[in-house]
Design a protein around this ligand. Structure first.
Ligand code: C2E
Ligand code: CA
Ligand code: CA
Length: 749
């Protein structure tokens, strides 16, 4: 020990020998004078006496860790540190460490070099400069950026590029889950680092969590030894992070997130730098506020403050956007302007606040009814607008308006204990008829509204033709109601025969309307209207009664009519009374059920598969068979076929036509028939018009056929006379013979 003491006294630099307990055992005179102590005064004191108070704790831990497993890399390397004189004044030094193995243990030999004032200032300036550079660029961001995410991304980039931090990220506190979500990050390995962390980190207890919760910055000068960063010690060591700054971000004075900066050196932040970083974070908060406010302002400029619906400006933009789709999609579009009737009365009698409450309720009701707030707007006072973005066929707009008006009137609005009904008048304009741009459409809807208000009509189209058409519709609806009351509907029967024997297997009952003014009207002209008005339920029931009646009559007369197939509308299948009504219709007579088949379509079943299956099972349990109609035109998904309780599959007419016109369909139809047979379904080919088609479907294995080749649908008596007569067998040979030799089963047109 004496040898080293002599050596130290001779070197021209301040040198200190520290034992494993961190106590100075030697300090040469240069050291004592540099630190302001008398010669020999330092021996026996802890080495921490030479450093500013705030670094002491960190140093002790560092020292302990170091002596347990001395880092070779720390040895001999010059470290820039702040030192502290006896009088408390601070100055910068550079320290190099060496290990010294003495007889009685391992010592650390520290060589201290005073960093000249200029140098020290340079270091400080270097540190401050980077923060200042950061600040400048972040302030510039405020002017440039209008989007919060971009603001965060850029701030992190600046921290790394200008601030020379190794990595930066911004976390936001999720108000619901209380989790911190990374909103942006920057740095060479930032993503890699953060991805790992999300899995393992209890965020709320880490520095970011503390910072956000307590709304204060957190400084970690020595990452590896701070208890706050414990869960990440290993990970950050791998990445080389030794200091950390967490700066809370505020919105309206509430901390909502934090910016986190990583530096490679220990003790990266001094007081001045800390102050500047906090200021920078405040600026960032301000920028965030600014961006959010801007967003709010934009929102206010486009939305109605009372109802939060779009205002006129925004509505016009939306109409324009949807118009583009209408043009490219080739469909129609409708713009509605609604006026609440007697709204001024409400305002006058109940007061403005009550009026406002009503408007809000109407907005809410409209949103629910229309199902999409982005299609609505409040144009002014009590005028609302609705956009129907895609209209398939004419009249759909009117039907929707009808439905909405009815629902509106049925809805009870309540203000201050009073409930009342609201009526509205509506003006409708349609693209392309009434305009090809948003402004014109809105203007014309308004014009139509004005006319509606002056008339007795609840709503009017801008184009009179549309109104007329609607009027026509209502005339038709009325006529159909009357037709039902006056028994103007009739059932015609179209026979089906077995493809091998020619035997009659049954008939499809097809409805006709015997309009006294125009004669027989085919169902395609009125079934859609019956569906729209719900009248189909009654008419369907009527058809069922007639079919049962017919079957039982023929049966009593000893005639073999087979099962009568009745078409069932989706509205019937979905009706909760349907099962009960069928039960009443067939009564106690098992023959009635055995004489019936129901024809349903794919799409009708698919709407609510579970419910449909349950209903069909009940129907089948009564003894009625089920046929799947128009097969191939709907979903054509064979996979669900096995799930349905079916007896018969009717291959749609379009397939039958294709058999001779598009032979590639052959394989497809053949597969369908085979599949149906494997599921024990009977196959009926629909719409067979020619002998060629009949031969083809017979060859492919179809069990039965139906179509004009055999007969069109016939009035009950004609059907009876022609097909239920003596044998009930059709001569297939003559039917399937080439056209010139064909017998007289062809429809008598
Ligand atoms: P659908 O169920 O597919 O009925 C078959 C339609 O094809 C009938 O038209 C029939 O006359 C026609 N048809 C039969 N063979 C041929 C043929 O060889 N060539 C051609 N071109 N057509 C043929 P209809 O009678 O005009 O019925 C049309 C649709 O109306 C029916 O289609 C059915 O969906 C519906 N419908 C008819 N009656 C009723 C009913 O009582 N209730 C319900 N809900 N719908 C019905
Ligand atoms: Ca049918
Ligand atoms: Ca059909």
């Amino acid at each position: 020990m004496q040898g080293i003491a002599n050596f130290l006294s001779m070197v021209p630099n301040p040198m200190i020998l520290v034992n494993e307990q961190g106590v100075m055992v030697l300090a040469n005179d240069h050291t004592c004078s540099l630190f302001g102590y008398a010669p020999g005064e330092l021996v026996g004191r802890p080495v921490t006496a030479l450093m500013p108070e705030r670094y002491r704790e960190t140093h002790v831990k560092h020292f302990e860790a170091h002596s347990r497993s001395p880092h070779e890399r720390d040895m001999g390397i010059g470290m820039e540190l702040m030192a502290c004189r006896a009088d408390g004044s601070e100055f910068a030094v550079e320290i190099s460490l060496n290990r010294y193995a003495g007889m009685d243990g391992v010592y650390t030999l520290a060589s201290v070099r005073l960093i000249a004032d200029r140098e020290a200032t340079e270091i400080r300036i270097r540190h401050l400069n980077r923060v200042l550079a950061m600040q400048g660029r972040i302030n510039a961001l405020i002017v440039r950026v209008h989007d919060r995410d971009e603001l965060f991304r850029e701030a992190c980039r600046i921290a790394v590029e200008a601030g020379a931090f190794g990595m930066a990220w911004i976390g936001l506190l999720d108000a619901d889950t209380q989790e911190i979500r990374v909103a942006a990050s920057f740095g060479e390995r930032a993503r890699e680092y953060l991805e790992g962390i999300e899995l393992e980190a209890p965020f709320q207890r880490g520095p970011a969590g503390v910072s956000i919760r307590e709304g204060r910055p957190v400084w970690i000068q020595d990452y590896q030894h701070s208890p706050l960063t414990e869960p990440w010690h290993k990970r950050s060591a791998q990445f080389g992070w030794n200091s950390l700054a967490v700066l809370p971000l505020h919105r309206k004075r509430v901390p909502i997130g934090a910016m986190v900066l990583y530096a490679g050196e220990i003790g990266a932040f001094d007081e001045e730098e800390e102050r500047l970083l906090v200021e920078m974070a405040n600026n960032l908060s301000f920028a965030m506020d600014h961006v959010e406010n801007e967003r709010m302002l934009k929102h206010l400029a486009q939305y109605d403050a009372l109802t939060s619906l779009a205002n006129r400006t925004r509505f016009l933009r939306r109409v324009t956007r949807h118009l583009r789709n209408a043009v490219s999609g080739g469909h129609k579009l409708a713009v509605l302007e609604l006026d609440l009737e007697r709204f001024t009365n409400i305002n006058d009698s109940l007061g403005r606040p009550a009026g406002d409450a009503v408007l809000k309720q109407v907005a809410k009701w409209l949103t629910e009814e229309v199902g999409d707030a982005s299609l609505l707007a409040r144009l002014d006072a009590d005028h609302f607008a609705v956009l129907i973005p895609a209209i398939e066929k004419e009249g759909d707009a009117a039907l929707l308006v009808e439905r909405w008006m009815k629902a509106l009137h049925e809805h009870a609005f309540g203000v201050e204990g009073d409930t009342f009904r609201i009526h509205a008048k509506v003006g409708i304009s349609m693209y392309p008829e009434d305009g090809v741009n948003a402004e014109t459409l809105v203007k014309n809807a308004k014009a139509a509204l004005k006319q509606a208000k002056a008339s007795r009509n609840r709503y009017l189209f801008h184009t009179p033709k549309m109104t007329e058409m609607m009027a026509g519709k209502f005339v038709l609806e009325n006529q159909l109601r009357q037709a039902l009351e006056r028994h103007e509907f009739v059932l015609h029967y179209q026979p089906k025969v077995n493809m091998v024997s020619g035997e009659l297997t049954g008939a499809e009952a097809l409805i006709r309307w015997n309009d006294p003014r125009t004669g027989l009207v085919p169902p395609d002209r009125f079934i859609p209207m019956l569906e729209e008005t719900g009248l189909i339920y009654e008419v369907g029931h009527w058809a069922l009664d007639r079919a049962i009646e017919g079957h039982l009559r023929w049966r009593r007369a000893g005639l073999q009519a087979g099962r009568i197939a009745v078409n069932v509308s989706p509205l019937q299948l979905r009706n909760r009374h349907f099962i009960g009504d069928i039960e009443r219709a067939i009564g106690d007579d098992p023959e009635a059920a055995r004489g019936l088949e129901f024809e349903i379509t794919e799409s009708m079943v698919m709407e609510d598969l579970e419910y449909s299956i349950a209903t069909l099972r009940k129907i089948r349990a009564m003894g009625i068979t089920i046929a799947l109609d128009d097969f191939g035109t709907g979903f054509s998904s064979l996979s669900y076929l096995s799930k349905l309780p079916l007896d018969t599959l009717k291959i749609d007419r379009s397939f039958v036509i294709d058999l001779t016109d598009a032979p590639e369909r052959l394989a497809q139809v053949s597969a369908i028939i085979n599949l149906a047979h494997s599921m024990h379904l009977k196959v009926v080919a629909e719409g067979v018009e020619t002998a060629d088609q009949a031969r083809m479907v017979r060859m492919l294995g179809s069990d039965e056929m139906q179509g004009f080749l055999l007969s069109k649908a016939l009035p009950s008596e004609v059907f009876e006379a022609k097909f239920l007569g003596s044998t009930g067998v059709v001569c297939l040979t003559s039917l399937l013979a080439p056209a010139e030799r064909r017998a007289d089963f062809l429809p008598q047109a």
